[in-house]
Design a protein around this ligand. Structure first.
Ligand code: NAP
Ligand code: MG
Length: 504
């Protein structure tokens, strides 16, 4: 990485203006452009459905485009699966379940899963670039987090495949059958790994549907699954929009539904499936609070808050989108936040120095703009990072609102963008009450130099994950999931196995 102190007179255009703004904020450093190479990536112009171990065209012959949200350029054409295609995929998964996968010795199943993990590692650079191209996330995120964590999930669950009876001592366990899995666009490869790895380890077969705007890494994963020589039909990957997802979860041949996405769609699926007896796990939306006490290590907390909401454009279900500051530290903290925001690099997702990439779609950008406008109308004070946004593509400057009331929409609704709402509190009890004052309950962060306070807060916060003096840390061995309208069931860890087993 090249870092250089740029002399003002040597700067031109955008770099010069950016440097001037940085100097206003007391920063003189800038980075030279460092684009990730793309020569090693070969995208096909068209992708078919992965059913029964082969790529097959959709029955109706329909395709849709997936674009690069940073440039609005078309990347490839992807099959649009209809109900008959879903039916073929579920039938293939059922055959593979009955004839091969559920009967296979667990140790052998583990070897296949292990092989998937190894091939992901081998193709890591390609996967990272495609993830950033298709979804808009910064390459440093896809390269350093998404892809290695996806491989880590396959490694982790490969290890469990032949040890399931030790996971639930004293109980007999057996697989559920065919899992229908639907995932969102914010962590396309990682969400596929979260869903497929435990399902396979437990002896289930899978039909997975990625999101319409980010299907490409799931299709590369299909190639990897072919390369790992998995028996045909054990994993099937079908692309399409919401209708394809609805056909999959509603298919009578599906025994278990695993859904990650918005609370609205999650509720719709629960209503549609009520009474069918299908097993379900739901990983839904969030409105996490990051709670900072005056005794916290302030500079670390600023960094944690920044990364918790702005990295990955706030496209994170557990993003710390509400910041609760103890009153005495408010002014200092907000000043430091603004200073740090001025140094965030917004732009080309493929640049290795980019912190904030492209918003995933035009629709999502419009949703963010609408909610930000509501924050201004309702009387909160807006500050957006002084950055120049690229002319093409979908971008939004990191933004904070101060003077936010709990009743404001920006404090209640999931924005799913780089927008932070700042509130204050005076006592621990008030912090807990405000943090829990939401329909959601996915995650929270607490910053304090007192360990006892961290543990006490963690026990009172209604959130599936509570981070102490850090934020957004993940590991395949620790379970993740929500309370309240953030969903039910856990993914990751030993608990993640329970979602794919009958435990007797
Ligand atoms: P979404 O609109 O609910 O879509 C999620 C997935 O469901 C997509 O594949 C979507 O297809 C599909 N879908 C849409 N309508 C459907 C229906 N009626 N039946 C079955 N499937 C349907 O959510 P999103 O906007 O893509 O993702 C953002 C949301 O996901 C946020 O709320 C975020 O908090 C949540 N999320 C939660 C977690 C977690 O672990 N709790 C993790 C990541 C994201 P199309 O994309 O093609 O429409
Ligand atoms: Mg795309």
């Amino acid at each position: 990485m090249t870092i250089k102190l740029v002399e003002e007179k040597a700067l031109m255009g955008q770099d010069r203006r950016r440097a001037e703004r940085r100097l206003d904020f007391g920063h003189a450093w800038d980075y030279a452009p460092a684009p990730e190479g793309t020569d090693h990536v070969r995208l096909a112009s068209r992708y078919d459905l992965f059913i029964d171990g082969r790529f097959e065209p959709p029955g109706a012959g329909r395709y849709f485009e997936t674009i690069n949200p940073a440039t609005e350029a078309r990347l490839a054409e992807v099959a649009d699966a209809d109900e008959r295609d879903v039916d073929r995929a579920v039938a293939a998964a059922r055959r593979a379940y009955d004839q091969v996968w559920a009967r296979m010795a667990p140790l052998e199943r583990g070897k296949y899963i292990y092989r998937i993990a190894r091939v992901i590692q081998e193709r890591a650079r390609e996967l990272a670039v495609v993830e950033s191209l298709d979804g808009g996330k910064p390459i440093k995120e896809s390269r350093d987090f998404d892809v290695p964590t996806a491989a880590a999930h396959f490694f982790y669950y490969a290890g469990w495949a032949d040890k399931l009876r030790y996971a639930f001592p004293g109980h007999a366990v057996r697989p559920l059958g065919v899992a229908g899995q639907v995932i969102p666009w914010n962590f396309p490869l990682l969400m596929a790994a979260w869903k497929i790895a435990p399902a396979l380890a437990c002896g289930n077969t899978v039909v997975l549907k990625p999101a319409e705007t980010t299907p490409l890494t799931a299709l590369l994963l299909a190639e990897i699954i072919q390369e790992a020589d998995l028996p045909p039909g054990v994993v099937n990957i079908i692309t399409g929009a919401g209708k394809t997802g609805a056909a999959l979860v509603g298919h009578p041949g599906v025994d278990k539904v695993a859904f990650t996405g918005s609370t609205a769609v999650g509720k719709h699926i629960q209503r549609a499936l009520a009474g069918t007896g299908k097993r379900m796990t739901m990983e839904l939306g969030g409105k996490a609070a990051n709670i900072v006490f005056a005794d916290a290590p302030i500079d670390q907390a600023v960094e944690g808050v920044i990364s918790g909401i702005f990295f990955n454009q706030g496209h994170v279900c557990c993003a710390g989108s509400r910041l609760l500051l103890e009153e005495g530290v408010h002014d200092t903290f907000v000043r430091k936040l603004r200073d740090r925001m001025a140094t965030l690099r917004v732009g080309d997702p493929l640049d290795k120095n980019t912190d904030v990439g492209a918003i995933n779609s035009k629709m999502q950008l419009e949703k963010i703009r609408e909610l930000v406008a509501s924050g201004e109308e309702e009387g909160a004070e807006r500050f957006s990072a002084p950055c120049e946004l690229p002319e093409r593509g979908y971008f939004f400057a990191p933004t904070i609102f101060t003077g936010v009331a709990q009743s404001h929409r920006i404090a209640r609704e999931e924005i799913f963008g780089p927008v932070l709402s700042v509130l204050t509190f005076r006592t621990d009890a008030e912090a807990v009450e405000k943090a829990n004052n939401t329909f959601y309950g996915l995650s929270a962060g607490v910053w304090s130099n007192k360990g006892a306070r961290l543990f006490k807060m963690a026990s009172q916060l209604e959130a599936g994950v509570v981070w102490g003096n850090t934020y957004n840390k993940f590991d395949p061995s620790s379970p993740f999931g929500g309370y309240k309208e953030s969903g039910f069931g856990r993914e990751g860890g030993r608990q993640g196995l329970a979602a794919y087993l009958v435990v007797e």
